[in-house]
Design a protein around this ligand. Sequence first.
Ligand code: ADP
Length: 870
Amino acid sequence: MAGLTPMMQQYLEIHEQVKDAILFFRLGDFYEMFFDDAITASRELEITLTGKDCGLEERAPMCGVPYHASENYIAKLIEKGYKVAICEQVEDPKQAKGLVKREIVRVISPGTVNDGKLLQGKNNNFLMSIYYNMTDFGIGIVDVSTGEFRTSQVIRAKNPKEKLLDEIAKYKPSEMIVNTVLFKDKWLMENIEKRFDSYVNILQNKYFNLESSKDIIKEQFSVYSMTGLGIEADEYSIRASGALLTYLQETQMRALSHIDKLQRYVVDEYMAMDLSTRRNLELTENMRTNDKKGSLLEVLDKTQTSMGGRKLKDWIHQPIIDVENINYRLDAVGAILEDVSLQLKLEKDLKNIYDLERLISKISFGNCNGRDFLSLKNSLSMIPSLKETLSSLDSDYLQKLNTQLDTLEDIRDLIEKSIHPEPPISVKEGNIIRSGYNEEVDYYREINVSGKDFILNLENAEKEKTGIKSLKIKFNKVFGYYIEVTKTNLDLVPENYIRKQTLANAERYYTEELKDIESKILNAEEKVIDLEYDIFQEIRNIVLESVQRVKKSAEIISIVDVLFSFAKVSYENNYVKPIVYSGDEILIYEGRHPVVENMMDKKDFVPNSVSLDCNDNRMLLITGPNMAGKSTFIRQVAIITLMAQIGCYVPAEKAKIGVVDRIFTRVGASDDLALGQSTFMVEMSEVSNILKNATHNSLIILDEIGRGTSTFDGLSIAWSVAEYIHDKEIIGGKALFATHYHELTQLEALLEGVKNYCIKVQENQDGVIFLRKIIPGSADQSYGIEVAKLAGLPEQVITRAREILMGLESSEDAKVPPRKTKEPQHPKAEVNLFNYQDKQIIEDLKALPIEDMSPIEVMNYVYNLRKKIN
Ligand code: ADP
């Protein structure tokens, strides 16, 4: 580093500590970046790249952003996947001898953002740590912005790698820290990198050391041993959590007192779903644009608070399998649903509660102001009314929550008493403490006010004494208080005036008396600002002692909010309470797809029933043309099951749901080019995952397997997969299998428990009408050409396709007949054989749902028809 200026040396030394981050180096009012950081930042932030003399021959590339506007720039960089280290001047530049001392005060990465633009109210921001040893793994998950901390471990799983990917899929962390064993596992790393958008840090083994992990966990959660947290036997959880805390300590460099509760959970106590199932069912985001629109979450989200919004997302991703707990939730939803006026009151109570979790984490982080305290106070003020509403609701669960709901009146009163009702944004400008809270503050404020009165009195007295009518006492930041006399009156200026400044047409003076008053006022002003800041910190500390209580109340409010949301959506959309039990049946009478139904006029959605169990109705084979509604139907069964298991009412007339341990889907075919796999390869890996992991308690949804290859290949694979899933010795789970291979319907006769269903379609001379109704039996045709016609293929292509199909179907050696048709035939010619009324009658007859009509209805119809003809 020879030749470098001392400041550049300091810069490079500091940068050594955070090699993978962009260093924001504080220089006066700016954060400056140099060298490669400057090149990257100027490109990403679109700011000008300049240069700075660094002592070397070439100038160092440099760019900078003003410190007060840095938040936006930092957010942009984080969003683009960079880490940012903030380096501050840690001594007063005026008092520094030589180079100002600088230190990194915080490293911000995607998983540790705590404020500002990157946090969306209803989304969590997870940072996940993984300890992996090739057979087992432990995980730690934290959301720094809410203080939530969870841990779990999985030992001796059949397929640990897939299980690990499932857990990552549940949280979709924005950042991960992993140990070197995981890093060396090529398959896992590849899958993590390709499937998730997380920033991945590889940490050395020392971070995951068992003993030091225990130490840091004890310190963070204030316990004497791991037993206090219930994780004494969970070595891998401890290692993962320890690494996570060490990483936080190193990057955040401050006490994170809001992370004060470690929540241990058992992976197998929740319904398992892999990433593709979560995506295919469009649980929290749609498959096309990955946003909430068109997802189950969008339909179910009537939550009134951000905390509730996050909790709902969490529940959707973690359906439970404990029947009692599910029913607990369902009963609570029922109680809210029953009483519309209480439902409205609950909505009002919840609406006025701010994001308590993020507020308390902001307060704990230290970047809070008086307004945050007021938001906290206002939110706490709603709790008594909420408690009252809850106490009227007839549900054990809600009563239990209500008993645990702390009104936190002491905190509310403290803030009410101490914080100014209209505090400024900054905490260093004063006016943050309420009058009457602290005597000293009041005393100095008094001086400030009375000092200003003194000045006024003095001005009047001086005018009188000197006879200068235009004499004024003024104030500015540089010169303080002064007496201003215009040039025309200079001869009247008395002896005791001391000259301070000369202007073009006036002179400025001071007197001993003025100086006295001035120092009193200025001292008082400075004093009160410092004092108010100190008191504010004291209040903050008192509030912080109750972090756990605030968080507990926040958690309860978030649960109440989700239950409320379930009730509201069930009320609005006519959902019913499912019977949830531990048996193996899934019976849904007139079920609907909640999202598809929502996107159309509700009355146009055709409901369908299903009966599944582990015996006679184990595998339903659904045939029907494209666009008939097969996918919608099989997904709706999975979604209704999931909705029941999160404790929500379901879109059906009646439902009985035996809980399932896993839902698997293999839906649709899309090239996952990002994963470097063809459609067929993606399809086969998903099927393989299902076959390896499904149990007889699972619900398996298969949509068109074997499509990505030749007919016979595909059919053979589909057939043998069906046999494998059906076999009780191997899987024997409940399965819905939509297929366009009609040959598969032969399975009904061959395997007990396989049932054929098809979707009713009606033909008329113009093509097909989809009736969307599932009926027993198999579709006799695939109607591909009719669907192609509906999609708008040219008439000539359709006619020729019909010709070819007939040739293929009729001749024994299945030949494509030579091309006959040159001109498209005008279909109107055929229709013209009939007059308009004839045509209408024929159409009506064709569309007549005879199967659904009683004999008397048919007779009536024919009677009316005859009347019409006559
Ligand atoms: P398939 O899987 O048979 O090709 P889809 O399930 O994708 O068909 O359904 C095609 C479209 O039909 C859906 O996008 C939806 O608009 C409509 N649809 C499906 N099921 C129903 C239903 N039960 N009632 C009304 N419309 C439906």
